[in-house]
Structure formats: C-alpha cells, structure tokens
Design a protein around this ligand. Structure first.
Ligand code: SF4
Length: 284
C-alpha cells in the first residue's frame, strides 16, 4: 500500500516491543519515531522504562479503541484505493471486528471500569461515522505510509507512519474526547516531521468520543499548509531530542533513573504504565 517515494521500510517501534535482531543487552533503540520523541519530551524516565528497558506496557481502553478504529479505517480506505469506489460500511465493520480481536489480545488492557463490549460499541460507532461522513471525501494514494527523515548530524533516522497520503495533502486521523478546534501541539510537531518527508499540507480528521460518537473531516478546519521552515524546525526538535537521549544515556545508562519530568505534566503520571517502577509514580 505504500506509494510515496520518501518511504522507507521502517516502522514505529510499538511500546514494549523487542525488534527482531535486537541484542539481549539493553541499548538505545536503533532508530527514533515521533512516538518516542513525544514520550521523551513528556518524561525521560518514562522513555527509559518503555524504550530502553522495554517494560511490559499496559494499554488503556482509549488506546485500544483508537488503534482498532484506525486499523478499520485504514482497511476501508485501502479498499477505496484499490477499487476507486467507497468501501461499504459493512467492510469497515468487518475490519473493526478483526482489528479489535487483535488489539484487545496483544497484552494487558486497563478497561477503566467499563465492559470491553462498551468500548467496542464506541469504536464501531466511530468507525461507522467515519465511513459515512468522512471517507467519501478522501482520495487515498497511500495508506499507512512509512516515511523516513534524516536527522542532521546524526546517524539515526526518524521513522513514522502517515495515516493517509492524498495527491494534495496528508491526512491524520485522531481520536479525541471532545471536538478539537485547533491541532494539539504534539500533532503539529508530528505533522511538520511528516511534511519534511512528503512536502504537503496536513489535515486532521477527528473521531470524537462524545455521547453520540462522531467523525469530522479536518479540511478547512484543522489543517496546516506545507511550510519548509516549520518542517525544518520540527526536524531540529527531533534531532535535539535524540541528542538529549544520548546525553542521558551517557550520564545515567540504562539502570539509573532518568529525569522524572512527568511529575510536572498535567496527566502523564496518571496514564503512565511505568508508574510502579518509577520512584515518583510509585510514591505519589
Ligand atoms: S510516573 Fe510520571 S514521572 Fe514516573 S515515569 Fe511515569 S510519567 Fe514519568
């Protein structure tokens, strides 16, 4: 399904995953992803726990809903890309059922006091809303497209995965608790990094988990034009984060705690799966 030229066969390291060929000894990941950068910027200690020590990662229900809904939407859009026709809503539903089975069985999940079936119903409503209200306007040329960005002065490459590539724009699908009227700061950094590879505007579609779930197309509402200067700024941010990771590695190595900056973040600690292993998280 990959079509964009700036695509590399690399993928994002899933939380807690051990890549094939990873040596037994602990070391820094061989490449960097936006997810890693975002994690490190939120809390270096959380980064150490997830990506250096690779602690088992307990996923939230919200993460499973978002992941399964994403997979179903990607499937529906891939059908459209292959056939030139909108995929029927049933195709999205079937893809969600398969994605849910996979996403919900990959490890421990905190269901947050609600039944798993309630979360599945929410995911199904979000996917259906996207299939009916947003997908008809999307014309994909690539779905789940891997991109790679060279970081200046560093041997590591930043890898990412763009949800949808269209001829004129990139399209990211975000799951939100409430309708966003402007892109979240982390979305902007991610988008600018993707722009560094694919040189296009970015639009954010939303799957909004309101009482009646809805899907909103981002065209004309949540979008940024392509900006070479902003893309270069994001690349500079990523390179700076990689240098900081390497600095902390040389200072503390894998065994000593890294700065627990999540302590001053509004919600990082409450959603952190490394809480029990973290001196601050375990004591607060
Ligand atoms: S509990 Fe808070 S301070 Fe500790 S690793 Fe997690 S986010 Fe960081």
């Amino acid at each position: 399904m990959n079509a964009a030229t700036a695509i590399a066969p690399a993928g994002i390291i899933p939380a807690g995953a051990v890549l094939p060929g990873t040596p037994a000894e602990v070391e820094l990941p061989g490449h960097v992803s936006f997810t890693q950068i975002d994690c490190f910027a939120t809390c270096p200690e959380q980064y150490r726990q997830r990506y250096v020590l690779r602690r088992p990662y307990v996923r939230s229900a919200a993460l499973v809903v978002g992941s399964a809904a994403h997979t179903a939407i990607q499937h529906g859009l891939a059908v459209k890309m292959a056939t030139g026709e909108d995929a029927p809503v049933d195709a999205f539903d079937d893809a969600l059922a398969a994605a849910w089975n996979s996403a919900s069985s990959e490890g421990d999940v905190e269901w947050g006091g609600k039944a798993e079936g309630d979360h599945l119903d929410q995911a199904a409503a979000l996917v259906r809303a996207y299939a009916e209200d947003v997908a008809p306007r999307v014309v994909p040329v690539a779905v789940e497209a891997d991109v790679a960005v060279k970081l200046p002065g560093l041997s590591k490459v930043l890898v990412g995965r763009v949800d949808v590539v269209e001829a004129e724009r990139l399209r990211e699908v975000k799951t939100t608790a409430a309708t966003q009227s402007s892109p979240m700061p982390s979305w902007r950094v991610q988008a600018r990094l993707y722009q560094a590879a694919l040189l296009r505007p970015v639009v954010w579609d939303q799957l909004v988990k309101t009482k009646t779930p809805k899907a909103l197309a981002g065209d004309g509402v949540l979008e940024v034009e392509y900006s070479p200067a902003a893309a270069a700024g994001a690349v500079s941010i990523a390179a700076g984060v990689v240098r900081e990771i390497e600095r902390l590695w040389s200072l503390f190595g894998p065994d000593e705690a890294w700065p627990m900056m999540g302590a001053s973040h509004p919600w990082a600690c409450s959603r952190c799966s490394a809480r029990a292993a973290c001196a601050w998280g375990a004591s607060s």
